[in-house]
Design a protein around this ligand. Structure first.
Ligand code: ADP
Length: 978
């Protein structure tokens, strides 16, 4: 820079100054060829053109100046200036450059300009009148400046503000102070405008700058009203705000509103097309707006957010002028929902099936539901307090208990009380009460339940349980319940008091007596296996258990007989339960033992009697046989008349004795219960004919006509006991013949009914004899009863015949009946039912066979008794037959093996081998007919006769004629079949 002629003073300035320094060429374009850091930092670095022109300097304007102001980037900088010198320096030097801080104060002109054109009203005044006003008063207050100069300020101030403003003036005027206030000033149009004033007071003047804040105040007011609206919305909903400019169609929403509406914060309603999602809402908004809001200062309407949604929003708004509206919006549906919920809950409570009352904590009634009204009969009346219900209850202060709650009590309390219903009925109520706190208010909910039936039922159950308990205690013996659980454990679950008596326990021991093993140890060791086995069987088969056993009753090994019985039941849980009883049967056992002994004695006695009778009859028959045989022989030897009479008398007596013995034996057998009724097939008509025929001799002897009337259809085979039937008819006909003299005996047999497998037959034996007196008609059926004992001497008999007949008939299912008149005759009749039998192969009965009259026959007589053999031998010889005699069955068999006999007469009771066995043996190899001869009881014999294959039977003492007839029958049968 030497060449530029910079002297040392300048050099120092250039290089050492901290202020801005720069150098520029003295020729156009006046380029800045040097600048220090300070200049570069503040100005130089921003320069696009590093020249004086680039700095905006017209250097010629400063040609005579030493200082200049450089304006750059809104800031003023002052520089000192050294011009080029003719003596060598060719540069401009700018130095001591610094920012001019005082820059910006207006010039007077500028100030005046500023005053005039300010947006605020600027006024200057003295005391209370105005000396200066800028033109802003016109747009703000509507006055020309001139109209207001020298006017009193107070004239324009709102009457409500005037006092306050005056005070400000009073306090501040003539001082160097300032004041700020707001006031309303009247415009030329008579409205008031809000002005915010700042006043500078000086000792003699005041300077006012007043700004029109009418809009701001108004919008604040609107804001406040909107806030008020928001406050009025229900507390539980979210409330958003909105602003709407109807002119610009801009709708703006607060964040809450955008959330509720699910739309952007700003909607331009004029925009077309409107986004689809908001179209519906926008249309409705505009509709509602035109309808309700446009003309009103304050308005509200509801708007449905979406057609398909039941969601309504409530809008409230105010008009803020200039087509502007503001307001709030909230979701009414939340409220609706809440209201619905409340009315639902109330409905539920009102219509609850349980009567309920909700009261305050002091008993004052809050709600009573329908059922409660019905229960207490409160349809019409209104009750306010629980105490009013008191009259209905047995204790009128009961309600106090219901509402008695500790603060901590959250549980349910239950009471039972008696209510007299409106219909005068007594009901037992269960009252449940619970306290609830809602919104710091305490309520008590009471629910009433009619438990009358339950209480009655419980009472009945209790009574019947008591009754059953009493019963279990009163019954003789003891009841128990025993359980066998799934694990196999057995124990008593119930024992009635009676058990202690049966098992000899003390009452206090009974409670401990649950263990089954304790019971088992008391059982007699001999009976224990039976008890255990029967119990196990009962459990396994689930069948009732019954067992008689002995139990120990004390420590001295005394036992008592006990009957245990129980019925098992399988429970669903797998347990087996026995319900049973134990009863003391010691007395019964004792009695049974005695009875058994007595029975044995009786049986023994009966056996002795039976044996005795059997023996006696046998012993009696043998001599009777002898007498009868002898008499027969004598009668064959042409006795004279007196001998004949005597012999006939003997015969009659012997016959009677035989009948008596037979009757006695039959009777004895029936009495001993040894008689069984057979069911074997027989030809019915054949049997009846045979009986009648058998008695025809007797009829002839007694000079009576014996007539048989047999109906059609009886030539059939029936199942029955033909022997017993013969015996019955024999008895009746014999009696009829016996008690009739030269009269008629009519036997009628009729088939009454034949259905399926059954045939019912009527039997009647009617005579024209002496008849039976009324008073005797019952008696004669009794054992050993006759009309008069003297009769037996005249007519013979034992008085057993009818008794046996009656008993036999009842065994066969019939009942004998009698009609009789003294002197006229008797009629015995009865019905019997038989099973039908299949027709049997016809065995030619002797009646049907040709009568065989043998000239001579060879007989075998098997008879151990010599007297009998002698008598029989004589008789056989009389007939002109020959015979061999053997002494026992064995010999008889041998004899038949070695000889041929036309007929064998077989005694039954013989030594070595009896007649039965002998006949069986003979029949195995021979066809010779065998006739049984026996003195033993007829019934006994008959039972075995068929089994052994006898061809006929003749009772001892032998009736010779009957025997001869029998022999002829069997022999001719033999021949016929042979
Ligand atoms: P008995 O062996 O004496 O005949 P019954 O029991 O057969 O015994 O008869 C009892 C009594 O009934 C007879 O003694 C007789 O008095 C009377 N009796 C029975 N049948 C007749 C009858 N047909 N006519 C008259 N009396 C009869």
């Amino acid at each position: 820079m030497q060449e530029r002629g910079i002297n040392s003073t300048f050099k120092k300035i250039i290089y050492e100054s901290s202020e801005m320094v720069f150098l520029a060429d003295d020729t156009f374009p006046y380029s800045i060829f040097y600048a220090n850091d300070s200049f570069e930092n503040q100005i130089g670095q921003d320069l696009q053109e590093k020249t004086l022109a680039g700095l905006g300097l017209d250097i010629n304007a400063y040609i005579f100046k030493e200082e200049l102001i450089l304006t750059h980037d809104g800031k003023d900088y002052s520089f000192r200036l050294e011009l080029p010198h003719e003596n060598g320096s060719n540069y401009f030097l700018f130095y001591k450059g610094k920012e001019v801080r005082t820059h910006g104060l207006p010039s007077k002109k500028e100030s005046q300009q500023f005053f005039k054109s300010g947006l605020d009203v600027i006024a200057i005044g003295q005391h209370d009148y105005l000396t200066y006003l800028n033109g802003t008063v016109l747009p703000v207050l509507g006055y020309e400046v001139e109209e207001l100069l020298n006017t009193n300020l107070c004239n324009f101030i709102h009457p409500d503000d005037i006092e306050r403003v005056r005070n400000i003036w009073k306090n501040n005027a003539d001082q160097d102070t300032n004041a700020f206030f707001q006031t309303r000033l009247k415009t030329k149009q008579g409205e008031f405008k809000n002005l915010e004033c700042s006043v500078q007071f000086t000792p003699d003047r005041f300077f006012i700058i007043a700004r029109d804040i009418t809009e701001k105040v108004k919008s604040t007011e609107i804001q406040e009203r909107v806030e008020l609206l928001a406050l009025e919305t229900p507390a539980e909903v979210k409330t958003g705000t909105w602003n709407f400019n109807r002119q610009s169609s801009i709708l703006t929403f607060s964040p809450v509103s955008t959330q509720l509406l699910e739309c952007p914060a700003i909607l331009d309603l004029s925009k077309n097309p409107i986004e689809n999602s908001n179209k519906e809402f926008v249309t409705k908004w505009l509709e509602s707006f035109e309808l309700v809001a446009a003309e009103k200062e304050e308005f509200d309407f509801s708007i449905q957010l979406k057609e398909e949604k039941e969601q309504w929003l409530k809008v409230k708004g105010i008009a803020s002028g200039d087509h502007k509206f503001s307001g709030v919006i909230w979701d009414e549906y939340v409220i609706q929902e809440k209201t619905n919920k409340i009315s639902l809950l109330e409905g539920l409570f009102q219509n609850s099936p349980e009567p309920g009352i909700i009261v305050y904590s002091d008993g004052k009634i809050f709600q009573v539901n329908e059922e409660a009204k019905n229960l207490f009969g409160l349809e019409q009346e209104k009750v306010n307090h629980l105490s009013e219900l008191g009259v209905l209850f047995d204790n009128s202060d009961l309600w106090k208990d219901w509402i008695q709650f500790d603060d901590s009590d959250a549980h349910i309390q239950r009471f039972s009380s008696l209510l007299i219903s409106a219909q005068g009925k007594q009901l037992t109520l269960e009252v449940s009460s619970k306290s609830i706190s809602i919104a710091s208010e305490k309520y008590i909910s009471l629910v009433f339940r009619n438990i009358t039936e339950k209480v009655t039922l419980e009472k009945t159950i209790e009574e019947s349980s008591d009754f059953l308990m009493n019963l279990t205690e009163q019954v003789p013996g003891g009841l128990y319940q025993m359980v066998l659980d799934v694990e196999g454990k057995m124990k008593f679950s119930f024992l009635s008091k009676g058990i202690s008596t049966v098992l000899g326990l003390k009452n206090e021991e009974l409670d401990q007596f649950t263990d089954i093993s304790a019971a088992i140890t008391r059982v007699h060791p001999m009976d224990l296996p039976q008890v255990i086995m029967s119990s196990v069987a009962s459990a396994r088969k689930q069948e009732p258990w019954q067992c008689q056993f002995r139990v120990k009753t004390d420590d001295e090994n005394n036992f008592r007989w006990v009957l245990g019985a129980a019925r098992p039941q399988l429970l669903p849980n797998g347990d087996m339960v026995w319900y049973g009883y134990l009863t003391d049967i010691s007395n019964q056992k004792e009695f049974e033992a005695k009875l058994d002994e007595a029975r044995k004695t009786a049986e023994k006695a009966s056996q002795i009697k039976s044996d005795f009778l059997s023996m006696i009859s046998h012993e009696l028959r043998t001599p009777l046989n002898a007498i009868s045989g002898s008499v027969y022989s004598l009668l064959q030897e042409q006795p004279n008349d007196s001998q004949k009479t005597a012999l006939n008398t003997i015969n009659f007596a012997v016959d009677n004795l035989i009948i008596m013995i037979n009757d006695l034996l039959d009777f004895q057998k029936i009495e001993a219960g040894k008689l069984t009724i057979e069911k074997a097939p027989f030809n019915f008509q054949g049997l009846v004919n045979q009986i009648i025929k058998g008695l025809s001799f007797h009829a002839r002897d007694s000079k009576n006509n014996l007539n048989l009337h047999i109906s059609e259809g009886l030539d059939i085979w029936l199942k029955g006991d033909k022997t017993r039937l013969s015996q019955i008819l024999n008895n009746l006909i014999t009696n009829a013949l016996k008690f009739t003299n030269e009269g008629n005996v009519d036997v009628t047999v009729k088939l009454i009914d034949r259905k399926g497998e059954k045939a019912k037959v009527y039997f009647e034996v009617k005579d024209s004899g002496i008849g039976i007196a009324k008073e005797n008609q019952e008696k004669i059926f009794n054992d050993f009863d006759q009309v008069k004992p003297t009769f037996s001497t005249k007519y013979g008999g034992t008085g057993l015949g009818l008794s046996i007949t009656k008993k036999l008939l009842s065994l066969m299912g019939g009942a004998i009946q009698l009609e009789s008149e003294e002197g006229k005759g008797s009629r015995f009749y009865f019905n019997l039912e038989f099973d039908l039998a299949e027709e049997q192969p016809i065995s030619i009965t002797p009646e049907k066979s040709k009568v065989f009259e043998p000239a001579t026959l060879k007989l075998l007589m098997a008879e151990d008794n010599d007297v009998n053999a002698l008598v029989l031998g004589k008789i056989i010889k009389k007939w002109g037959y020959t015979f061999d005699r053997v002494m026992n069955g064995q010999e008889a068999v041998e004899a038949v093996k070695s000889n041929h006999y036309d007929c064998i007469l077989m005694d039954i009771q013989m030594p070595v081998m009896d007649g039965f066995d002998a006949t069986v043996a003979i029949k195995s190899f021979s066809k010779s007919p065998v006739i049984a001869l026996t003195a033993a009881a007829k019934l006994e014999i008959m039972e075995r006769i068929d089994e052994c294959g006898f061809d006929g039977f003749v009772a001892k003492p032998i009736d010779a004629a009957e025997l001869l007839k029998k022999i002829k029958e069997v022999v001719s049968g033999e021949n016929y079949s042979a």
